[in-house]
Design a protein around this ligand. Structure first.
Ligand code: ZN
Ligand code: ZN
Ligand code: FE
Length: 734
């Protein structure tokens, strides 16, 4: 049996099934998955049940069976794993299962115990220190099992059979409450809930790192958290039980199912009027919610009975703290108290962020609960090993081995020194865990990216992959587009990435596949005046777009307080003003024209997210005529301004902007398919995390085959997967 079948209670499940169907033989883990030797009894029923009744965390990709010599009638045994390479698989961390939650709120010996888990739930990747996965190679190694726990651990009929982190109050990790560096005596959970109830901010040690936590209904507490964390506007994630959550949000069927998955991601849910304080996510249309996913969370949520802010415990821009000492040091100035425990976190993992779009689920940030899950490679790729290092922002590493791609966890922005350290650590860590020996490395074309420099220093063959080609390939790969599947029209709407011609690209229509591409169309380039500043200050993009559209006086009226003359001169002379076809910056320009974040945005994507949130309406999009490869932006900008003069509501203007982009790119992509040059259309790049843009583009493409991102991020978080596939395609043709 292949798939996610190790470390998820598969062997005891097989053992129990064998008894049920009167089958004798044995089960073991091997390098490819789970190997079952069986004879006698109801073999057909046994084989069918293997697929149908698999344990909750298992994912069966394939069952292959053939005749073998097996002795009949000698019982059924779970045997130690055989051969080299066995037990090399690790499953992602999983949210507490229903049975464990019932236990912590029940009367048994684990009542109120914050570290309850079983084979069907609990920590995995975040406590793993080495392979094979067993207790001695986890951060539970120092906790000796007590007799009752050992009995459960050794009983194949028990839910805790070989559950490596099994524990109880007598033998497992301990929880305590801390203030001013010292433990406060008493019930830690009650003390924490009281503090939260008083409006205090706590640091809470979780699964993949510390969270900063406060009462989400308390606007003053939330404002204090923002001020202390120096995070003025970036949305804060929330945690609440299902019942509490339903009082503030109205998740649909698919959203509810996603919230309840074992991965327990943060799910974006539409805001409801008059609910929670606006300061949680100023100007945004959605709030990020997750359900409690550890017993500690369940107990804390139950004790407070209100939604909690659960934002990552870090200083702005830095990675999340994972060690107790580290947390005291970095979070001491933010948190009034600490909810601490003594089970070490082996590996830092942020919460995953996902949303349900009109076209299904979409991963925005891939981390806890999803990693280290693997993705199968599309048909036609060789079984060779490569590693890819992604981009500079939203860094993530991708390893390819045995026909599977392992896209690592979200690391963050590599220009931050501590994130860079985390990147290097993740690189070593993944290579060791997966016994990875790449024959080539892939990276971005940008020589200034730290990941690119790292790739070039390894002494292996390096393949530099153009940024938007990598986005396209990632989308193809996720959709299992075969290596020989033929060329695809790629609409890549993105921030910026270095283009093959040395300018910055980001609003692209590409035609290609894994092996190569042709740049068919792009947004009229505009200068990014001030370089990086242009990404932070939307008015800079509005100024150059208005000037291009012959609306200089409009810019002067809108941004009178800004140094327009100096910027215009820099733009004209090309002083720190690189040309770019970025779609992200066009979003910024439109937002600034509508008065959204015109002066500055406090986090990447803020202006565009607000533009999406306010958009409402119908009708035709603004014109973006296509000529000789260029999508001309001036008519769009002129209509946007004219609508404003005509008193058209901002929401409608935002909607027409989205629709214009979608329609223009879809029309040209359609032409490529209809002329027989492309087989399908792929949508990638960070802008496609915008559900409205995605929906309008898919609709404009009508009945054409469309490939979109679902389980890998459309933004730079998915870049490494695309790079790896391009590199692999290159190895194959060599
Ligand atoms: Zn459980
Ligand atoms: Zn115990
Ligand atoms: Fe990108």
């Amino acid at each position: 049996m292949r798939g996610q079948v190790q470390g998820v209670g598969f062997r005891p499940f097989v053992w129990a099934l064998a008894r049920r169907f009167g089958v004798s033989g044995e089960v073991s883990n091997d390098a490819e998955g789970v190997l079952i030797l069986c004879a006698g009894g109801d073999l057909e029923g046994f084989e069918a049940a293997l697929r149908l009744d698999a344990p909750p965390l298992a994912r069966v990709d394939a069952v292959e069976s053939r005749a073998a010599q097996v002795a009949e009638g000698e019982g059924f045994a779970i045997v130690a794993s055989g051969g080299p390479g066995a037990e090399t698989r690790v499953t992602p961390d999983a949210a507490s299962c229903g049975e464990c939650v019932a236990e912590i709120f029940g009367d048994g010996r684990r009542r109120g115990y914050a570290f309850t888990n079983c084979t069907n739930c609990g920590p995995r990747f975040t406590i793993l220190t080495g392979l094979p996965y067993d207790r001695a190679q986890t951060t539970m190694a120092g906790f000796a099992l007590c007799e009752p726990c050992r009995a459960e651990y050794e009983d194949p009929g028990d839910r805790r059979f070989h559950a490596q982190p099994v524990a109880c109050p007598d033998c497992g990790p301990r929880l305590w409450f801390e203030r001013d560096g010292g433990e406060v005596g008493g019930d830690a959970l009650a003390l924490a809930a009281e503090a939260l109830g008083r409006g205090e901010i706590l640091a809470v040690k979780g699964l993949g790192g510390f969270h900063l936590c406060c009462d989400a209904t308390d606007a003053a507490a939330v404002a204090a958290l923002r001020a202390r964390k120096r995070r003025p506007a970036k949305p804060l994630a929330l945690m609440a039980s299902c019942e509490v959550l339903e009082g503030y949000a109205a998740p649909g069927e698919a959203e509810r199912a996603l919230l309840r998955e074992a991965a327990a991601p943060i799910v974006l849910l539409a805001k409801r009027e008059g609910g929670l304080p606006e300061v949680l996510a100023p100007g945004q249309g959605a709030l990020g919610w997750m359900l409690p996913y550890t017993p500690l969370h369940h107990l804390l949520c139950a004790a407070l009975g209100r939604p909690l802010v659960m934002t990552s415990g870090n200083l702005s821009g830095e990675p999340q703290a994972i060690g107790n000492g580290e947390a005291r040091e970095t979070l001491g100035g933010i948190a009034d108290g600490f909810l601490m425990h003594d089970r070490d976190i082996a590996r830092r993992l942020d919460d995953s962020v996902e949303r349900i779009t009109p076209h299904g689920p979409m991963v925005l940030r891939r981390a806890r609960g999803r990693v280290p899950g693997t993705l199968p490679l599309p048909e036609g790729f060789p079984e060779r090993q490569v590693v890819a290092y992604g981009g500079q922002m939203k860094a993530a590493i991708c390893l390819v081995k045995n026909g599977q791609a392992m896209l690592g966890h979200h690391l963050g922005e590599l220009d931050e020194a501590l994130t860079w350290e985390a990147f290097l650590q993740a690189d070593r860590d993944y290579a060791a865990l997966f016994d990875h020996r790449p024959e080539a490395v892939a990276c971005d074309l940008h020589p200034g990216y730290r990941a690119t420099q790292h790739a070039q220093g390894l002494g292996l063959p390096v393949l530099e992959v153009q940024h938007h080609h990598a986005h396209l390939a990632a989308c193809l790969g996720e959709n299992l587009w075969p290596l020989e599947g033929g060329p695809v029209a790629g609409i890549v709407l993105d921030g910026t990435g270095l283009g093959a011609d040395g300018t910055l690209w980001g609003g692209e229509l590409l035609l290609g596949d894994y092996r190569g591409f042709e740049r068919v169309g792009w947004l009229r380039p505009a200068p990014l005046v001030g370089g990086d500043k242009a990404a932070r200050e939307p008015w800079r993009n509005a100024l150059v777009r208005l000037d291009q559209a012959g609306l200089a006086e409009e810019a002067e009226a809108l941004f009178a307080a800004q140094p327009l003359a100096a910027l215009r001169m820099a733009a004209e002379r090309g002083l720190n003003a690189p040309l770019s076809s970025s779609a992200g910056r066009l979003f910024d320009a439109a937002a600034a024209c509508l008065g959204i974040c015109a002066e500055a945005q406090s986090f990447e994507g803020e202006a565009a997210m607000r533009l999406e949130a306010m958009a409402e309406g119908s009708g035709e999009g603004y014109g973006l005529p296509f000529e000789s490869g260029v999508f001309e932006t001036a008519p769009m900008i002129r209509q946007l301004v004219q609508d404003g003069r005509d008193g058209v509501r901002a929401g409608q203007r935002a909607w027409r902007f989205h629709a214009g982009l979608a329609e223009a790119f879809a029309a040209q992509a359609r032409a490529l398919v209809e002329s027989g040059r492309a087989e399908a259309v792929a949508l990638s790049g960070g802008c496609f995390q915008n559900a409205l843009l995605l929906d309008l583009t898919v609709k404009a493409l009508g009945d054409l085959p469309v490939l979109i991102h679902r389980s890998t991020p459309a933004n730079d978080g998915g870049l490494a997967l695309g790079q790896a596939l391009v590199a692999l395609a290159g190895l194959e043709s060599r």
